[in-house]
Every structure is written in C-alpha cells, then in structure tokens.
Design a protein around this ligand. Structure first.
Ligand SMILES: Nc1nc2c(ncn2[C@@H]2O[C@H](COP(=O)(O)OP(=O)(O)O)[C@@H](O)[C@H]2O)c(=O)[nH]1
Ligand SMILES: [Mg+2]
Length: 472
C-alpha cells in the first residue's frame, strides 16, 4: 500500500510541541482534543520554518521592479532569434519565434491578469472558479481571468502533467488547490513552481471535511511549506441541524452552508492590488526566457549539424598523423590529438572566436586535463584490448596510437561542443576558459562514449580508415 500523506518529520519532543500549540493557537483550549496528527505536524513543520522564510523574500526580491527589466529580457531573446536568422535563414521555426517575440512586446502592457487554478483531480478547481467568478474582486484597473489546468496528477501517474505545469508557468498567479497536507508528488510539483519563481497561493479546499483540530494542524503544516495559504470550502456538504423544543420535541433538517472563500479573496485581492503589475511583468520575463531557451535549442541543433563533420574530419587527420608517426608517450598523444585549428573552427561555429594562438593554449590545457583525468590511458588500453582480438591489425605498428588519437580528438571535439552550448554568445573574444566546466564536459562525453559497443564500432571504423587493405 502506498502512503497517501507525506511522512512528517517529528523532530521535537512532545512536551515542546504541546507548549508550542498552546502559544500559537488559542483555539486549542483543551489539549486533549488535539489529535496526534496535529502534534506531529507542528513538530515537523517548525524545522522547515526558517527555510521557507527565506524563500518568501526571494520571490518578492526577484519580481521585476520596472518595465525596463522586462524590455531587456525580451531584447536578449530577440538577439538570439536574430542570431538564428543569421545562421539558418530558412529554419522551420524562425517565423514562429519572431512572431512570439513581437507578441511579448505587446504583452508587457496587458491589463488582464491570468490566474491558473491547478491541483489534483476533484480537489474542487471548477467549483472554486465558479464561486470566485461570482465574487467581485476589487483589484483596481486590471481584470481577472481564471484558467483551470488539467488535473496535475492523473490516476496512477506520479509525475505531473507538463502541459498543466506550463499553463501555470505562463500565468500571472497560481492557485494550487489541495484537500489536505501535500503528498510528496504534490510537494515536488509545488517546489518546481517555486523554482520557476512563480507566485502561488496554496489553497486548502474542502476544509468542511475536517474536524477543527485536524484542519488547524494541516493549515499549520502547509504554512511551514509556503507563506501564502488560504482555507476554503467552495461547496461545503449540507449539515444536519437538530432543534430541541421546550416541549421535548426534536426537529431535524438539512442546511446548506454558504461557500466560504473569504480568506482566499481577501488575500488574493491584497496581493493582486499591490503586486499585480509586477506579476504581469514577471510572467512576460518568464515567457521571454522560455522563448530564449527554445531558440537556444534550435541554434544548438543547427550548430551541431555543422560541428559534427568538422570533428569527424579532424579526428581522422589526427589519426593518420599518429599512425604515420607513432609516439610512445601518452602526453604527446594527448596534445597531438587536439588540433588547435579544430578549436578555432568549432569556436567559429559557436560564435566563440579564438585566434590560433589562443586555440593552441586551449589545446594544451585540454590535453593536460585529459591526461590528468586518465582518459588517455583508459582509452588507449581499451582500444588495444579490442584490437588484440584481431591479431593482424594489432601487429601493425602505430595502429593503436592512430585510433587512440582519433578517438581522443573526437572526445575533445564533442566536449568542446557541450562546453560551447552552455556559453552565452560571446561578444568579446579572448575569454578565459572555464577549466572546471570543461573538465565536467570531458568526463561526461568520455563516459558516454566508453560503452564497449560504441568503442568497438569506432575501432573498426578506424581500422578501415588507417588500414584499408587489411580491413577489406
Ligand atoms: N465537501 C466539499 N466538497 C467540495 C468542495 N469543493 C468542491 N467539492 C466537491 O468536490 C467534487 C469535485 O469538484 P470539482 O470542482 O469538479 O473538482 P475539479 O476536478 O478539481 O475541478 C464535486 O463533487 C464538488 O461538489 C468543498 O469545499 N467541500
Ligand atoms: Mg474541473
């Protein structure tokens, strides 16, 4: 059986928790009425308290302060879209990207606010929207539009629906509806929205379903996770009312309580009034950044298509050279493998201009790094092991060095591509190389290409290149 509720960490002693309850909540006059759940929630919640306080200030601190910030975010995206136009004038997504940039320029001054209402299935999203729409919000000049997302967690699915999550991220504010304490999946999704710096209110709906003690403890627990919470009953169930008459008669009837969304509307009105403009700006910045990432992706694709044949070409140049002039020392092999001209060419493709002199320095640094990481030794050994299975090729002098040099060139080239892909377009030249970053790229590419089958394929390709007469 799976746990529906997250396990709350009760790190504090019971007596301390009881004391805390006494001080925090006047509603709990009688301690005996407090359920065990409440105690655990308070104990665990407190541990998270400090952490969340800093998150709150982070969100507010990161809201764009002025229109110029938004303009600049859009401009950065536009630069990248123009870059794509320069490098691939006929790219299939270019027109659509350009249109989206123009849309953003109009969107900065939009006055209608988009509110996404999200959460699991049947938590009361539709009902809440209906009730809220009947409420007249006073939030100044802007108008409000609610949008319900598809349920975040469909049955048996542990990961949230990404489309729904995206609707959230492109909305100005999110109401994240829950019916109890957050499950682990809910909590993780919620964190994702926070990471995207998305303004969110956590709403405990169906609060009519809880007895007082449990309701307060869930609210407290939610409060530790997030600064903005509200409890609602969008559609409370009818309750039975019983009246004892003076004459001993008993009358019973059902009463339908009114929806209770006041906590939510008050908080929402306050937030939208004070931060509405900034929230709209923040959404526009988020959209600009999403568009920028999308463009960067396309740009990387275009560049990779140019980089691949270049790497291929240089790897066989290095292979042939080491084959013709086999060097016994690993350090010479490492430096020979990295052709400075390849660095210049790849840099050119990725708009990172290197002079040949700079490229030579980079080549030497990369060679030293590959040696230090043991990549040269490991790959040379692996390649000779594969070659040994074929006595004829193994016996040919220089073939190990040749294939190793080609292989190392390939690893270096692919690592450089990975490295360049995450660099911003370098407007100035001669930027120092981030060796730590490059080390990670090298290791990553190396690990990926060390699978036996991939290496075997490469070796047989190398044999065909270097010893066409043997391979035939
Ligand atoms: N007890 C109770 N039931 C509610 C409340 N809000 C909504 N519901 C019920 O929960 C069910 C699902 O509501 P719905 O709005 O369709 O949920 P959605 O799937 O999130 O849109 C319906 O039967 C609602 O009447 C509430 O505050 N209390
Ligand atoms: Mg619905």
């Amino acid at each position: 059986m799976k746990l529906q509720r997250p396990i709350l960490v009760g790190g504090l002693g019971l007596s301390f928790a009881l004391w805390l309850f006494d001080t925090l909540q006047d509603t709990f006059v009688q301690v005996t009425e407090v359920s065990l759940l409440s105690l655990i929630a308070v104990g665990g919640g407190l541990l998270l308290f400090k952490q969340n306080r800093t998150n709150m200030t982070k969100f507010e601190a990161e809201l764009p302060r002025d229109r110029a910030t938004v303009i600049s975010a859009i401009a950065k995206t536009e630069v990248l879209v123009n870059q794509l136009a320069n490098e691939a004038a006929n790219h299939q997504h270019l027109t659509s990207l350009q249109e989206k940039v123009s849309q953003l320029q109009v969107e900065i001054d939009r006055t209608e606010m988009q509110l996404a209402v999200t959460g699991g299935k049947s938590v009361g999203k539709s009902t809440l929207i209906q009730v809220l729409q009947q409420n007249n919000f006073d939030i100044g000049v802007t108008s409000l539009k609610f949008q319900e997302t598809t349920p975040l967690f469909l049955e048996k699915k542990e990961t949230p629906d990404t489309a729904a999550l995206n609707t959230g991220i492109t909305s100005d504010y999110i109401l994240f509806i829950t019916n109890g304490d957050l499950t682990n999946t809910e909590y993780q999704t919620f964190q994702q929205l926070k990471t995207a710096n998305q303004g969110t209110m956590l709403v405990l709906n169906k609060q009519d379903q809880y007895i007082t003690g449990d309701r307060e403890s869930i609210l407290l627990s939610l409060k530790q996770r997030h600064e903005n919470i509200a409890a609602t009953s969008a559609s409370p169930v009818a309750i039975k009312v019983r009246k004892h008459g003076d004459d001993g008669t008993i009358a019973e009837w059902m009463e339908q309580p009114e929806p209770d969304v006041q906590q939510l509307t008050l908080k929402l009105a306050e937030i939208l009034t004070s931060q509405g403009q900034q929230l709209i700006w923040a959404t526009t910045v988020r959209k600009a950044n999403i568009l920028k990432a999308e463009t960067q992706n396309y740009l990387n694709g275009v560049r990779k298509e140019r980089a691949n044949p270049a790497i291929e070409q240089y790897q066989w140049i290095a292979g042939a050279a080491a084959f013709a002039n086999p060097v016994p020392a690993l350090d010479i092999l490492a430096t020979a493998a990295i052709n400075a001209q390849m660095i210049v060419d790849l840099g050119g493709i990725y708009q990172q201009k290197f002079s040949l002199e700079q490229a030579k320095t980079v080549a030497a640094e990369m060679g030293a790094l590959m040696l230090k990481l043991g990549l040269v030794e490991i790959s040379t050994k692996a390649i000779s092991t594969i070659l040994k299975t074929n006595v004829v090729t193994y016996a040919v002098g220089g073939v190990i060095q040749g294939i190793s040099a080609a292989y190392l060139t390939r690893v270096a080239g692919l690592a450089l591509v990975e490295y360049f892909q995450v660099q911003e377009v370098a407007l100035e030249t001669g930027n120092g190389l981030n060796l730590e970053q490059l080390r990670q790229n090298l290791q990553h590419v190396f690990q990926q290409s060390q699978q036996v089958s991939a290496l075997q394929g490469f070796v047989s390709q190398g044999v065909k290149r270097l010893l066409p007469e043997v391979a035939a």
